[in-house]
Design a protein around this ligand. Structure first.
Ligand code: MLT
Length: 253
């Protein structure tokens, strides 16, 4: 069994690494946990092109790993973070010791999905991130989170509202261009964990099932009570699920 590699967390859209606070706090005892803002998000000030593809976000992560002298990681991406993890796996599979894909999907956007990305890019620039946040938050969290943990909705609203419209627009247009990456998962030969939320209406269960089916040996875990942001909605369950996966596959975690 190999030593536990760092756990590299990739945030969703249009969020930043602040969404991983419960994992940084809860999993750092297991191994090194890396949770950085993607280009242009949160406090990151790097410039973005007008369209920022998932493979470019993945290239930034490869650069970060090289700069820190990190050979392999267990890469954990939620939603858009999963798209980026799959783009990374396509190009640098040998830099992965394991993969955790949360509340995400391997398929590309359909025509309506692409149109919605263009609308998002337009609205981010024209209406601002407060309006985007108010429109998105109802669908990002499950009903139990909305009723029992309104502070989570407040936190997610604040995270979305602090993003820069041009970053959100460029990354929305980048997501619209991403190809289907099911074949990437079929080729990937590392331990894999698929996590989703019982009430995730944005990425319903069949999308997670398809990814699990593509990777023999992958475990699919459906977290009860969670919606799309399962790591924030049921953080203890989420962390326990990741911990069990790490302990099963890596020494010292
Ligand atoms: C996310 O949470 O990252 C987004 O829902 C991904 C997407 O818009 O496809």
């Amino acid at each position: 069994m190999q030593e536990a590699p760092p756990l590299l967390l990739i945030h969703g859209f249009p969020l930043d690494a602040g969404m991983w606070a419960p994992q940084v706090a809860g999993l750092s005892g297991l191994t090194e946990v890396i949770a950085e803002d993607l280009r242009g998000f949160g406090t990151d000030t790097r410039e973005l092109p007008a369209i920022m593809p998932m493979r470019s976000h993945a290239a930034d992560i490869k650069e970060l790993m090289d700069a820190r002298g990190i050979g392999k990681v267990v890469m954990c991406g939620l939603s858009m973070g999963g798209y980026i993890a799959m783009a990374f796996a396509e190009r640098w599979p040998d830099r992965l010791a394991g993969i955790i894909l949360c509340n995400t999907r391997s398929n590309a956007d359909d025509e309506d999905g692409v149109a919605a990305r263009h609308e998002m890019a337009h609205n981010a620039r024209e209406k601002g991130m407060d309006v985007i946040a108010r429109g998105m938050v109802p669908n990002l969290l499950g009903p139990a989170t909305h009723s029992e943990h309104p502070e989570v909705a407040g936190l997610v609203t604040r995270i979305i509202a602090r993003q820069r419209p041009e970053t959100v627009a460029a990354t929305a247009l980048g997501m619209a261009q991403r190809p289907d990456r099911l074949a990437v998962l079929q080729r990937l030969k590392v331990p894999a964990l698929i996590i989703t939320g019982e009430h995730d209406t944005l990425m319903p269960l069949p999308t997670s099932q398809a990814m699990a089916d593509a990777m023999p040996g992958a475990r699919l875990v459906v977290l009860p009570g969670a919606g799309h942001l399962s790591n924030l909605e049921v953080p203890e369950l989420f962390n326990r699920t990741v911990q069990l996966f790490m302990e099963e596959h890596f020494k010292g975690s």
